[in-house]
Design a protein around this ligand. Structure first.
Ligand SMILES: *Cc1c(COP(=O)(O)O)cnc(C)c1O
Length: 363
């Protein structure tokens, strides 16, 4: 292993997690979310490892292009659809399934070559107010799409805003809004993201309808979508170990200050390790002192402001820490969820922002 930061990606854990999600919703088909570089894990490698998924979903046509160029032939869904005629041509050439969520997209489809045949996911907004036709506009949109020769198969998609929330209040509202309309829809339906798919297991709540297709993202990467419920208890295994090494170890005395702005001050004699990772690698600059890390498997904590390429670690409690010691920033033994809490974000953001210069090592 080099002294630079690396992200070790456990492909067997990806496959294991896919199995966990499948087991939670027997009979449902799985549209695996690989958008945003597979949540930072590496688009193409993850797509290949998830060849057992029924389809893959991305946010941008460029991501679909990269998958096809790499020879991935699994069905691909464009989660936001396309926005102009060249985008439509690309989607057609790549054989993508389209989400349609605006009247403009229906018009684009209608203007496309009449002998094209798309699987179209009609997106309905059940209360998140992000993408989709309002329930009241759904009939018209559905009729328009069913009339188009370019639509080979019409399916329905909606997204829950709060499936991870303990009280289930907004979830119940969205379900109510959808219920009667879904009963009248002829075709496959997809509703559940990771938290909705795993809700019964995690919260002992009743499971919201997942319908024919589930759309897990974060759970596939071994991250719990629920605050306060760890991934391990859901049977999930973390896919990414974000690691680096110590490149210096020094002794400090009381009053010594560490890093830019001197944010951390040594309270007494201490050992400080300098690790080769920083915000340039995607480890957030705003991480506070005391954020946990593992040094050669033992607990230690951040000391001083994170720099671009380096960060300081109080290794006083790790007497054997030395230049070359392995530093795990998150992964096995230190869930990204725990680290995310320290800086007031979610593990989704941490793993997705691991930067391009970080070598992904696929095991
Ligand atoms: C990203 C995304 C998902 C996956 O969400 P997770 O919480 O990561 O499981 C599902 N559906 C849509 C439309 C998404 O954009």
């Amino acid at each position: 292993m080099s002294f630079a930061a690396s992200a070790v990606i456990h492909r067997d854990h990806l496959r294991h997690n896919l199995g966990v999600v499948r087991a939670a919703r027997p009979g449902a088909r799985v549209m695996a979310m690989v958008k945003a570089n597979a949540y930072g894990h590496g688009l193409v490698e993850v797509a290949r490892a998830l060849s057992g998924a029924d389809s893959l979903a991305v946010a941008r046509p460029e991501e679909a292009e990269a998958l096809r160029a790499a020879g991935v032939d699994t069905d691909i869904v464009l989660l936001e659809g396309v926005f102009d005629a060249p985008g439509m041509a690309t989607a057609d050439a790549l054989g993508c399934e389209l989400v349609v969520h605006t009247p403009e997209q229906i018009a684009l489809l209608a203007a496309h070559r009449a002998d094209a045949r798309f699987t179209v996911w009609l997106k309905v907004d059940s209360g998140m107010n992000r993408l989709g036709f309002p329930v009241a506009a759904l009939n018209d949109a559905e009729r328009a799409l069913r009339d188009l020769p370019q639509v080979a198969e019409l399916r329905l998609m909606s997204h829950y805003a709060s499936a991870d929330a303990g009280d289930g209040e907004q979830l119940a509202e969205q379900r109510k809004r959808l219920a009667s309309r879904l009963a009248r829809f002829e075709g496959a339906v997809s509703l559940a993201n990771s938290p909705a798919a795993l809700r019964a297991e995690a919260l002992g709540d009743d499971a919201p309808p997942a319908s024919d297709w589930i759309r897990p993202g974060v759970a596939l990467y071994g991250v719990s979508p629920f605050a306060g419920v760890d991934a391990e208890s859901l049977g999930l295994k973390p896919v990414m170990d974000f690691e680096t090494r110590l490149i210096a170890v020094r002794d400090l005395v009381a009053g010594d200050r560490v890093g830019y702005g001197g944010r951390y001050t040594a309270k007494g004699p201490m050992r400080l390790g300098i690790a080769a990772a920083g915000y340039g690698d995607g480890y957030p600059r705003r991480m506070p002192d005391g954020t946990p890390v593992l040094v050669d498997g033992q607990g230690a904590s951040i000391a001083g402001r994170v720099s671009m390429d380096m960060l300081g670690i109080d290794v006083t409690q790790v007497p054997n820490a030395h230049v070359g010691s392995t530093v795990r920033l998150w992964g096995a033994g230190l869930p990204a969820e725990t680290v995310a809490q320290a800086c007031d974000t979610i593990a989704y953001e941490l793993v997705t922002r691991v930067s391009e210069r970080v070598t992904r090592i696929y095991l």
